[in-house]
Design a protein around this ligand. Structure first.
Ligand code: IFM
Length: 473
């Protein structure tokens, strides 16, 4: 094959592959006091001194609540086939229980209509971290009742949108909601109660299972899945201590959730690591509810962890990710070492082959189930020119390399059916506020002007072609 032929080679993706981008409600909507929306734990947390960089909050965010029509038009211009967004629980049930706030649901009805009108497939996430504050006041996710309330809320949304929305995910990244919210306290509600975080993880999973059952009882035909954030995990060396550190992090980050959802059990070694915190976690029947067959598994992938078990030693503290919940899981057994790979603006190591590894691992170790990469992307320190345009070759390269990894994984047998770039728009990056930009589309926050970045134009062209060009990975 000549060089030209190699360049021209098309790396096609399967027929019907979902090409999309993703967002979440609190990160983009704003309008936190409109149309009867209640308070969420993020409204409260963002007002606590020192919890969010520069004391920022998402009261306005990128004003998507008012600008959704223009945003959908923008998606159509980019050629997106699918859009994954989340529904704000406190917009639909201001206190997390009882009567549904129709004005809140109406926003999502309008959004879905707009998407369908533009030929874009809506993918709905039911929970992306904005728990109604009233439910947190009643105990939050460590309280079992929250899982039951979540199922009621999920059924209300599914009842309203299920005739037009086919693809649903229940809980986004339960690891983050449990361990960043209740162990390290870096996310709302900001509690530092490690043992309660384990309960929270169990109830988030239980909420997933109960919600799925409630939705299935309402109507057939919806495709429903859970969504986990998975990492490739490597030991720094082959020493027994480093191998054990890798086992621990893989266990808590990946297997705790995968085994529960896809095998109906928690991994014995992780339960042993957790000790008393995991005693009596599941009531009779819980694991059956959690592991009821899903139609797909949604996987969010960003990075690889390279870990060491060396006691306080040769590893660089600077390499430790800031969002590992490590004050509890890591301190005495695990250090985040880093491998020297380039990092994103979040300080996260870039390892596209880790995505191939994760997809093949799930495909190989668990019962066969369609997989979706439901988030993947990178923050970088963007610089806009006078017209607001951002040349972002690093983000473009990041997405391209990860799409090549997806293509390779499909070729090696992973049943991958879609890819969603994180994120459609620059937005509120949780405890980092607005300083970290993940968008394919630049948002100038003072004016709310949207300008597609170079990466967005490249992604649009890739979607148009139905794949990549150049040599396979
Ligand atoms: O912005 C978040 C998103 O809300 C959940 N997954 C990771 C993204 C980047 O940190």
């Amino acid at each position: 094959m000549t060089t030209q032929q190699t360049q021209d080679q098309q790396l096609r993706f399967p027929e019907g592959f979902a090409w999309g981008a993703a967002t979440s409600a609190y990160q983009i909507e704003g309008a936190v006091s409109e149309d009867g929306r209640g308070r969420s734990i993020w409204d409260t947390f963002a007002r606590l001194p020192g919890r969010v960089v520069n004391g920022e909050n998402a009261d306005v965010a990128v004003d998507h609540y008012h600008r959704y029509r223009d945003d959908v038009r923008l998606m159509a211009r980019l050629g997106l086939g699918a859009y994954r967004f989340s529904v704000s629980w406190p917009r639909v049930q201001p206190d997390g229980v009882g009567a549904v706030n129709q004005r809140g649901l109406d926003f999502y009805r309008r959004l879905v209509d707009e998407l369908l009108g533009q030929g874009i497939d809506p993918w709905v996430t039911l929970y992306h971290w904005d728990l109604p504050q009233a439910l947190e006041d009643a105990g939050g996710w460590p309280a079992r009742d929250t899982a039951l309330r979540f199922a009621d809320y999920a059924a209300a949304v599914h009842d309203a949108l299920g005739d037009r929305v086919r693809n649903w995910s229940t809980v986004n990244e339960p690891w983050c909601a449990a361990f960043l919210g209740y162990a390290s306290g870096e996310h709302a509600p900001g509690r530092r109660e490690p043992a309660r975080a384990v309960l929270a993880a169990h109830h988030l999973l239980l909420g997933h299972g109960l919600a799925m059952a409630a939705m299935r009882a309402q109507r057939a035909g919806s495709r429903i899945g859970g969504c986990v954030n998975l990492y490739a995990v490597s030991p720094l060396t082959r020493s027994a201590a480093d191998l054990d550190a890798a086992r621990r992090i893989d266990g808590l980050q990946n297997r705790l959730f995968l085994d529960a959802l896809l095998r109906g059990e928690y991994p014995a070694d992780v339960l042993a690591d957790l000790g008393e915190a995991a005693e009596g976690l599941a009531e009779t029947g819980d694991m059956g509810v959690i592991s009821a067959p899903m139609d797909m598994l949604l996987i969010n992938y960003y990075s690889r962890f390279t870990v060491s078990g060396a006691p306080g030693g040769a590893v660089s503290a600077a390499a430790a990710p800031t969002d590992t919940g490590s004050p509890w899981v890591g301190s005495e057994h695990v250090s985040f070492a880093g491998s020297g790979r380039p990092v994103t603006g979040m300080g996260w190591e870039i390892d596209h082959d880790g995505l191939r590894e994760v997809l093949l691992r799930v495909a190989g170790d668990y019962p066969r189930i369609p997989l979706v990469v439901s988030e993947n992307g990178a923050a970088f320190d963007d610089v806009a020119d006078a017209g607001g345009f951002v040349r972002d070759p690093e983000r473009r390269d990041y997405i391209e390399a990860h799409l090549r990894a997806c293509h390779a994984a499909i070729g090696q047998g992973a049943p991958l059916v879609g890819y969603f770039a994180w994120s459609l728009l620059d937005n509120f990056e949780w405890a980092w506020g607005y300083g970290k930009r993940f968008g394919l589309v630049r948002v100038d926050y003072p004016t709310q002007r949207r300008v597609p970045k170079e990466s967005a134009l490249w992604y649009a062209e890739t979607i148009r072609r139905g794949g990549l060009t150049g040599p396979a990975q």
